[in-house]
Design a protein around this ligand. Structure first.
Ligand SMILES: [Zn+2]
Length: 248
């Protein structure tokens, strides 16, 4: 690390669990973020500020005025621009050292496997179940840690599936694909703005610890947040031996 980096990341370096060694791991790390909406916005901002070496941003959408209530990486002047291009510019302003790869695409299964394979950690910040199941499969097969987040109305959740480890439950163990009656769409349901900030920020925190190898956190666990009662609960997940994705 050079002098500027020692200054920029000094408050991380002072933490015994991170130190110079941990910060150097962050500088070398590659994180894939799927979805640059309410969750992806704060997650990307904190990962860039923290000095994660490479961020790959995936989103096919353009910025809409209705996004600005919670998607804090964008400005009013961003409306109409591709989300990933606008986000990349914002991240560069915060930390020009971070290499940002902007992919303005809706990723298919094959591309997802390729991108997950290249990443050290994957953040699921998407807003639909089809994408969540596809990301879960890709991370499981590629053996990459997945930090899954969701937020709707006042309810949010974060779960970490560290597929570098044996016998880790997967997203499908938690929410089996075929058991879903109807899907609440974030596009058509209200969401409390700061809740997306809370969940996306928790995802960034878990990603940093996964990169550094800090074992404490949400590995194999689910954290649920209700922002109306401000009730936060953590529970352990168990692997479903009959799971259609990770079971034998
Ligand atoms: Zn499973």
């Amino acid at each position: 690390m050079n002098d500027q980096q020692l200054l920029r990341y000094g408050r991380h370096i002072l933490l015994p669990e991170i130190g110079i060694e941990g910060q150097e791991q962050l500088l070398k790390a590659k994180v894939l973020i799927i979805g640059l909406g309410g969750l992806g916005s704060p997650a990307a901002l904190y990962l860039a500020a923290s000095g994660v070496g490479q961020l790959t941003l995936c989103d096919h959408d353009t910025v809409d005025i209705s996004n600005l209530q919670r998607q804090i990486i964008y400005r009013t002047s961003s409306v109409g621009q591709p989300k990933v291009a606008s986000a990349k510019a914002a991240l560069h302003e915060i930390n020009p050292e971070v290499e940002c790869i902007a992919l303005e695409v809706r990723v298919d299964t094959e591309r997802l496997h390729e991108l997950a394979g290249q990443a050290d950690v994957v953040l699921d910040c998407s807003d639909n179940f089809a994408t969540r199941y596809a990301i879960n499969r890709a991370c499981l097969l590629q053996g990459k840690p997945l930090v899954s987040g969701a937020a709707i109305q006042y309810d949010g959740q974060v779960a970490v599936f560290d597929f570098r480890k044996m016998d880790m439950p997967c997203y499908n163990c938690l929410f089996p694909e075929d058991s879903l009656a109807a899907e609440l769409r974030c596009a058509t349901t209200g969401v409390f703005a700061p809740l997306t900030g809370i969940i996306g920020t928790l995802q960034a925190a878990e990603a940093l610890k996964l990169i550094i190898g800090i074992e404490r956190g949400l590995g194999g666990k689910l954290l649920t947040v209700n922002a109306l009662d401000m009730n936060i609960m953590r529970s352990s997940l168990s692997k479903d031996p009959t799971c259609s994705v990770c079971g034998k």
